[in-house]
Design a protein around this ligand. Structure first.
Ligand SMILES: Cc1cc2nc3c(=O)[nH]c(=O)nc-3n(C[C@H](O)[C@H](O)[C@H](O)COP(=O)(O)OP(=O)(O)OC[C@H]3O[C@@H](n4cnc5c(N)ncnc54)[C@H](O)[C@@H]3O)c2cc1C
Length: 362
C-alpha cells in the first residue's frame, strides 16, 4: 500500500490547483474517479472571470486570483454588461450598493451606453451596469497547467480511482479506492458535487453541499455575433450570453435545478427557455443550436466555498462548494487552502479565512 502525506479526492480545478500548491512541500496523491481529470464541472464552465459573480462574499477570492491568472496568460479581455428592463432600476442600485465598498470597477449605463455595446438590443432594456474588467478564462490551459505543475513537483495522479471508503486510524487514513488502497496523513475533499458523499464515506459530518444543474447552448445567430460583444447578463438572473470563436454564442438560461451528483445533461426545456429569453433581449434570429451541455454547480447552504479542516476531524480538509466561481477563484482559493494545510507560505491579500471555514456549520 502506497503512503502519502496528503491524498486529495477529485482532480477537477479544485483538486488540481491545490495539488500544484502542495506538491513542492509534501508527497501528494491526487485521486480521480473518472478516467479523465476535469470531466465534470471543470470541463463544462462558461469560462469567465467576473468579479461581481457569486456576490460580495466570493469577490475577494476572485480579485485575489487576478494576478496569477493574468501573469500566467490565462485571461482575455471581455467586459461584462448587466442589463435590466425599464422599471427595474432598483436592481441596478442594489448591485452598485452591494459592491460600493469593494475594489470592483462598475459604471452605471443608460440606454445609449447599452446600445453602443449591444447592437440589436430590443426596446425596454434601459438600465445597465458595466464591469470593464471582466475577462474570458482559458479553462483547459489553466487546468492542464495545474496538473503538469503538480506532476513536475512529484504528485501522483491516479485516475479511475473513485474513493469508496476512508477510515481514520488515529494517525493515518486508510483509503480504499477502485484502483486499490492508499494511506495518507491528511485527506482533502475536493470532490465537487460529491463532496458530501466523500465526507460520509470518510465518517466526517457533512456540510450540506448541494449540486444544481446549469445548462449552456452553443448557438449561431443572424447576424453573427461579433467577437467584441461583452458577456451580457440579465440583472434578474434569468440569462447570460457571450461570444465564442467563429461568430458563435454561448447562451445560458441561468438555470439552477437541484440534482443528485451525476454526469449532468441539459434538458430540452432549458435550451428552449434560453432561446426564448435571448430573443426577448436582442432582435437577432437563432439559426442553429450546434452543441448543448450541462454541469453541476455545488453550493454550501450560504453559497460561500468551504475551505478548512473539519471541526470533527482535524485530518480531513474541506475544499468544496465552489459553486459557479471555482475557476475564477482557483489561484487564491488554492493558496488559502495550502496556507491553512502547511501553516506557512503566503495568505492571499484581503482574505478572511473564517468566512470560508467549515466551522461555520458546526
Ligand atoms: C455550466 C457551468 C458554467 C460555469 N461557469 C463558470 C465560470 O464562467 N467561471 C467560473 O469560475 N466557474 C464557473 N463554473 C463553476 C466551475 O466550473 C466549478 O466551480 C468548478 O469547476 C468546480 O471545480 P471542482 O474541482 O470543485 O469540481 P469538478 O470539476 O466537478 O471536480 C470534482 C472531481 O471529483 C471527482 N470525484 C468525485 N467523487 C470522487 C470520489 N469518490 N473519488 C475520486 N474522485 C471523485 C469527480 O470525478 C470530479 O472530477 C461553471 C459551472 C457550470 C456547471
Amino acid at each position: 500500500m502506497s503512503d502519502f502525506d496528503i491524498a486529495i479526492t477529485g482532480a477537477g480545478m479544485a483538486g488540481a490547483s491545490l495539488a500544484a500548491a502542495l506538491a513542492p512541500h509534501r508527497s501528494v496523491l491526487l485521486l480521480e474517479g473518472e478516467d479523465q481529470a476535469g470531466y465534470h464541472s471543470t470541463g463544462r464552465s462558461a469560462a469567465f472571470w467576473d468579479e461581481s459573480y457569486g456576490g460580495p462574499g466570493v469577490q475577494p477570492l476572485t480579485s485575489a486570483s487576478f494576478p496569477a491568472l493574468s501573469e500566467g496568460g490565462f485571461l482575455r479581455p471581455r467586459g461584462a454588461l448587466h442589463i435590466a428592463q425599464s422599471g427595474q432600476q432598483q436592481d441596478v442600485a442594489a448591485m452598485l450598493d452591494a459592491f460600493a465598498d469593494s475594489p470592483v470597477r462598475m459604471e452605471e449605463l443608460d440606454r445609449g451606453g447599452i446600445e453602443e455595446r449591444v447592437p440589436g438590443i430590443r426596446a425596454g432594456w434601459d438600465h445597465g451596469v458595466w464591469e470593464p474588467d471582466c475577462r474570458d478564462i482559458d479553462v483547459g490551459s489553466l487546468h492542464a497547467h495545474y496538473l503538469s505543475a503538480s506532476a513536475r513537483a512529484g504528485a501522483t495522479l491516479q485516475t479511475r480511482a473513485s474513493l469508496r471508503q476512508a477510515q481514520w486510524s488515529g494517525d493515518e487514513w486508510l483509503i480504499e479506492t477502485a484502483a486499490g488502497s492508499f494511506s495518507a496523513a491528511l485527506l482533502v475533499n475536493a470532490a465537487g458535487a460529491w463532496a458530501d458523499a466523500v465526507a460520509l464515506a470518510s465518517g466526517v459530518r457533512r456540510c450540506g453541499i448541494r449540486p444544481f444543474r446549469r445548462s449552456i447552448a452553443q448557438i449561431r445567430t443572424r447576424p453573427a455575433a461579433s467577437a467584441d460583444l461583452p458577456l451580457i447578463l440579465g440583472l434578474d438572473g434569468s440569462f447570460y450570453f457571450k461570444p465564442d470563436a467563429g461568430g458563435r454564442l454561448w447562451l445560458s438560461p441561468h438555470d439552477e435545478v437541484p440534482s443528485d451528483p451525476c454526469d449532468a445533461a441539459p434538458e430540452e426545456i432549458a435550451i428552449a427557455t434560453a432561446i426564448a429569453r435571448f430573443e426577448e433581449v436582442v432582435d437577432w434570429t437563432v439559426e442553429t443550436v450546434e452543441r448543448r451541455w450541462a454541469g453541476l454547480r455545488s453550493f454550501a447552504p450560504d453559497r460561500l466555498p468551504v475551505i478548512g479542516r473539519a471541526p470533527d476531524n482535524d485530518a480531513f480538509f474541506w475544499f468544496a462548494g465552489q459553486g459557479g466561481f471555482g475557476i475564477q477563484t482557483a489561484p487564491a482559493a488554492a493558496a488559502l487552502a495550502a496556507y491553512l494545510i502547511l501553516g506557512s507560505g503566503k495568505m492571499p491579500d484581503a482574505i478572511e479565512p473564517a468566512r470560508y471555514s467549515p466551522a461555520r456549520f458546526a
